[in-house]
Design a protein around this ligand. Structure first.
Ligand code: PLP
Length: 338
């Protein structure tokens, strides 16, 4: 029996067709700007998402880091969610490597940063304070697509207060598919956007940072500084382009499977579904039953991270099919009835 891995949508494996595309990719030295497959990916995403330029990087963490470093100087500050990836899950990179101070804000339950709190956090221009330069949002946030109206309001606030606006759009395509809008309807509100190709889109490696030509030139310099300049990266870029061609619309299937998974777990004793949005389901199980839960899921060959956060996250993706959802529901129902 095959394992079903619901820990994250990062675990997807490249498909045979994707591997074929990687094999055929024309390549060159990307540090010299001479890799045709990397250049094609960057240009194509910039065009589709409405930016002047793009930059292919090894990870979403690096994409956010060099984006922040391109916007901010030493002693500048960015306003960010308390639970945001760029603040909480990237090793404090902006502060550690960029000398950029984070100003965290508590998220509203829908993943937005309340704009009155954002506005209160903006520092006066005075040597006592770091210089507030940037607001950073995350979309999707715990699977939730941020409302388009909220993005427009945040843009207006940033314009009024002279701040730049960055999107950690690791799962931006999930948000666009869930809202039924063109990705541009999300990205047009931002000065820079980072998108991951290696999550639900199924490429093995890579993210792209998008912005103005100037911002991307600065980010390219920082990419080299932090060790992200890759040489014949075209094979990876070809996988990413393949993912954009073939794996965006199908994210709707992941969302439908996550909804079915959540439905199948309704009304169980000891398994409480606390949220389901796009490709994520969050459940809570009493801590004293976590060992039993681990055993039950192991026996059914379902892999889940347990105990990392209070809620347990189940993520659907390219490599989770209907049988995988059914088996997970069955295993959790059997566990709950014991
Ligand atoms: C996965 C993810 C990233 C980037 O992660 P890497 O593992 O460095 O590619 C950034 N932001 C969010 C919200 C993510 O989920």
């Amino acid at each position: 029996m095959q394992w079903i891995d619901l820990r994250s949508d990062t675990v997807t494996l490249p498909t045979d067709a994707m591997r074929e595309a990687m094999m055929r990719a024309p390549v060159g030295d990307d540090v010299y700007g001479e890799d045709p497959s990397v250049n094609a990916l960057q240009a194509r995403l910039a065009d589709e998402l409405g930016f002047e330029a793009g930059l292919f990087v090894p990870s979403g963490t690096q994409s956010n880091l060099i984006g922040l470093m391109a916007h901010c100087q030493r002693g500048d500050e960015y306003i960010v969610g308390m639970d945001a990836h760029t603040y909480k899950y990237e090793g404090g990179g902006a502060a550690v490597l960029g000398s950029i101070q984070p100003q965290p804000i508590v998220h509203a339950p829908d993943g937005t940063l309340p704009l009155d709190a954002v506005e209160r956090a903006i520092k006066p221009v005075d040597p006592h304070f770091a210089r507030t330069r940037l607001v950073c949002l995350e979309n999707t946030w715990h699977g939730r697509a941020l409302p388009l109206q909220y993005l427009a309001e945040t843009r207006a606030l940033c314009d009024r207060r002279g701040l730049a606006l960055h999107l950690d759009g690791a799962r931006m395509f999930n948000a666009a598919v869930a809202l039924g809008v063109a990705p541009r309807e999300i990205t047009r509100h931002f000065d820079s956007v980072s998108v991951c190709l290696s999550k639900g889109l199924g490429a093995p490696v890579g993210s792209v940072l998008l912005g103005t030509r100037d911002l991307i030139d600065t980010a390219r310099r920082w990419r080299k500084v932090v060790g992200g300049g890759m040489r014949q990266a075209g094979m990876l870029a070809a996988a990413a382009s393949f993912a954009l061609d073939h794996h965006v619309a199908r994210l709707a299937e992941d969302h439908a499977r996550a909804a079915r998974l959540a439905d199948g777990l309704q009304g169980l004793r000891d398994v409480q579904v606390v949220a389901q949005h796009t490709n994520m389901v969050f459940i809570e199980v009493p801590v004293e039953r976590h060992d039993a839960l681990r055993r039950a899921l192991d026996d059914a060959r379902v892999r889940v991270s347990i105990g990392y956060t209070p809620a347990i996250r189940l993520v659907t993706h390219l490599d989770v099919d209907d049988e995988g959802v059914a088996r997970t529901v069955q295993a959790l129902r059997a566990f709950a009835s014991r």
